[in-house]
Unconditional design. Structure first.
Length: 260
């Protein structure tokens, strides 16, 4: 039987790196891709040090041609792809008008277009692999629009909608599509970040926490299919409450949490 495989974007650091290490330690053939080739080289050395299997490569997720090439190279003759992890993402925080239009568009290009490119390009390999899965990195900012994270949150709302639709649409192909919902995570993405929400809630999650939740989420489907996986106590509470809160209460809660 061919080795189980996972293809992870944004793998040179943070959540992607910790996920790559965890899957490699558990016997997966890991495809680790990023624009940071130095970070990938360090990751490959660490995985090789404990006897894991990893393939690394440069990938700009906004480039569909690069996706096609790297997926073909990684899957090779077997064509096997058990799990695709759309992790690559960027964040710019602050008041909407104080963030450059280029930065707003970069978030859309990487967070949304990058995920669309990857999911679309990976479909033939996922379809032909029994029990294949897609994991999209969403965010608790997709529960309700967040001041100072307006465009970032909007990109994660898009990922939420895509995940929910493909979970239904691709079930006929035996492809499971799920989303992880962390709140703020201690990675380079939030370095120097100072928003009302981070001041109120703190930054309590680590990349290791999210990688562990990702691993657990991909272990199988329970009796009731689950699409959304909040990570950490705060995200779990906010997501649970949002399902029953009227719109006015969700707005008020977010207003108070973000000090707006």
């Amino acid at each position: 039987m061919a080795e189980r495989s996972v293809f992870i974007t944004g793998a040179a650091a943070g959540i992607g790196r910790e996920s790559a290490l965890l899957f490699a330690r558990n016997g997966y053939r890991v495809g680790a891709y990023d624009i940071d080739e130095v970070g990938l080289a360090t990751l490959a050395a660490e995985i090789g040090g404990f006897g894991g299997t990893v393939v690394t490569g440069a990938l700009d997720v906004t480039d569909s041609d690069q996706w096609a090439k790297q997926l073909a190279d990684f899957t090779g003759a077997s064509g096997r792809l058990d799990i695709l992890v759309n992790n690559a993402g960027v964040l710019s925080s602050g008041r909407f008008e104080d963030i450059s239009l280029a930065a707003h568009r970069r978030m859309v290009d990487i967070n949304v277009t990058g995920t669309l490119n990857g999911t679309y390009s990976a479909f033939p390999y996922l379809r032909d692999t029994e029990g294949a899965q897609v994991v999209n990195l969403c965010s608790a900012s997709a529960i309700y629009g967040q001041p100072e994270l307006a465009t970032y949150g909007a990109t994660k709302f898009a990922i939420r909608g895509l995940t929910e639709a493909l979970d239904l649409e691709w079930a006929s192909h035996d492809i499971r599509v799920i989303a992880l919902w962390p709140l703020f995570v201690q990675t380079a993405m939030v370095t120097g970040m100072d928003t009302g929400a981070t001041r109120s809630l703190g930054i309590k999650l680590t990349a290791t926490d999210v990688a562990a939740e990702l691993w657990d989420a991909t272990r199988g489907v329970g009796r009731i299919p689950k699409v959304h996986y909040p990570v950490g106590a705060q995200a779990k509470l906010f997501l649970a409450v949002s399902r029953f809160s009227p719109a006015w209460l969700s707005r008020l809660t977010n207003k108070r949490v973000t000090s707006t």
